[in-house]
Design a protein. Structure first.
Length: 476
């Protein structure tokens, strides 16, 4: 808790001691049904109108404005006022006087109750830890005289260990709680019935950075029927919000976000909260071709279309950021040429993929002598040279061997999406060996043909010499 807040509590402490309305019981641990089913109970020795009152925590959660959350609320002399978190199911079978949003920390809170003039009516400094209550047994923290005790929850009834006039008053109130009063009388004694009015944001889930996420909520009226015309508001925990029962939202950065769904209709409102775990995107650099005729290729390995607005690609010195609305289709390759990005990748170096805030989410180190038609491919996490294949999932490796001046070139094709197996690597070696053997075979055939024609030429020369000799003999 902030020091300034502690000073504020100490300043008004005498007022809190003499106040008629005070914090009487706190179920900071929730219930056996759900740890989120927290509730707070007030007790008053005199009748009070609670319009303008505020109950708040030093850390800002919860902040309960009685005028906003439960307008027209009253508490009777010797009566209780029950505040339930999120919906009216936190204390089953007992109607709430007010519904609020915001969790109490299990490690403790500093709570302060202010009246309509802003003066402190009561306060609890439990910032170093709750003085009572048990998260294991779900027993609540209850006021007993000037002490806090741990006991089974007593919503709308006398606390454990209390006695005297207060116990008698609360016993009378407990008996009265079993009577079903008309709505007008309930309002007179402090009831603002919200039975079954609720909100449902669904369950905790997972989202992917850059992938649009659908949020589907439901609101329920006093009879438990679905609401269609209420005011629905989503707040996503990243500063953004949207109105509507079903909305879509895209998270830009990974992390865990608390998403709140609020439902309002007339004087009634309810809220529900879920946690969204946003994970790193399945987007990575797949291929880089150096030079001004080169490119960088990205691969979306997910089954979702991704929004990569304002993401960037760079070479360590220069970054190109994608324009607003840039998207990459599911399981697709996106090829960005130098002529578009203006980012030249050199013969060796780094290629990086950036979040919109400039943080690197993926990178590739490469180096080697690439021929004019070659590029660097990510295979098994390493950069390998192969035939450039922009937009294709095939990786084509080249193996070059030279034997006795005869050069042979072998190619083998594998999928970029699958790790290169030992079999594939052996295939490259075997193809190279076959090419080398072919080169030997070709050289042998050329050698044999050369000796054949040389022998033929010698024989023809000899026959020609004999013929000339015989011809001269006859002439003479």
């Amino acid at each position: 808790m902030k020091p300034a807040f502690l000073f504020f509590i100490a300043l008004f402490l005498p007022l809190a001691v003499n106040a008629s309305v005070g914090i009487n019981e706190v179920a900071w641990m929730g219930t056996e049904t759900n740890t989120a089913d927290e509730w707070i109970e007030l007790f008053s020795t005199s009748a009070e109108n609670l319009d303008g009152w505020i109950l708040e925590a030093a850390d800002g959660s919860p902040i309960i404005s009685f005028s906003d959350n439960c307008p027209g609320a009253n508490i009777s002399a010797g009566g209780f006022f029950l505040l339930e978190r999120t919906d009216d199911e936190s204390v089953p079978g007992i109607p709430a006087d007010c519904i609020y949003v915001g969790a109490l920390g299990n490690g403790g809170e500093a709570l302060i109750l202010r009246n309509s003039s802003g003066a402190v009516a009561d306060s609890i400094d439990a910032s170093a830890g709750w003085p009572a209550g048990d998260s294991a047994t779900k027993q609540t923290m209850q006021k007993s005289g000037n002490e806090w005790v741990t006991a089974d929850g007593t919503p709308r009834t006398a606390n454990a260990g209390s006695g005297g006039a207060e116990a008698e008053d609360t016993a009378d109130m407990s008996a009265e709680d079993d009577i079903e009063y008309p709505a007008e009388e309930k309002k007179a004694v402090g009831f603002i019935e919200k039975k079954n009015f609720g909100a449902d944001a669904g369950g905790d889930t997972v989202a992917i950075v850059g992938v649009e996420k659908l949020f589907e909520g439901r609101g329920y009226d006093l009879d438990g029927d679905p609401l269609e015309s209420a005011d629905f508001l989503w707040t996503f925990g990243d500063g953004a919000s949207a109105r509507g029962m079903n909305v879509r939202h895209t998270f830009v950065y990974p992390g865990t976000y608390r998403v709140v769904f609020d439902v309002s209709s007339g004087i009634y409102n309810a809220s529900d909260a879920i946690l969204i775990t946003v994970i790193l995107p399945p987007l990575s650099i797949a291929e880089v071709k150096p030079g001004t005729d080169g490119f960088v290729e990205l691969h979306n390995t997910s089954e979702y279309e991704m929004d990569i607005s304002y993401w960037g690609i760079g070479n360590g010195a220069l970054i190109y950021y994608f324009p607003h609305g840039m998207r990459i289709l599911p399981r697709a390759y996106l090829v960005v040429p130098y002529t578009v990005s203006g980012v030249e990748f050199f013969s060796s170096g780094d290629a990086a993929l950036y979040y919109p805030n400039g943080i690197i989410t993926d990178s590739m180190q490469y180096g080697g002598a690439a021929q004019y038609d070659e590029s660097f491919h990510v295979i098994n996490g390493d950069a390998r040279l192969g035939i450039a294949s922009p937009g294709s999932e095939r990786f084509v490796a080249r193996a070059i061997h030279s034997v006795s001046g005869v050069t042979g070139t072998a190619h083998v094709s594998v999928s970029k999406n699958e790790p290169m197996s030992v079999v594939a690597m052996e295939e490259i070696k075997q193809d190279a060996a076959l090419q080398t053997a072919a080169a030997f075979s070709s050289a042998g055939r050329m050698y044999e043909q050369t000796w054949f024609w040389f022998a033929a030429a010698l024989l023809l020369g000899a026959l020609s010499g004999i013929g000339i000799f015989v011809a001269r003999k006859f002439i003479h």
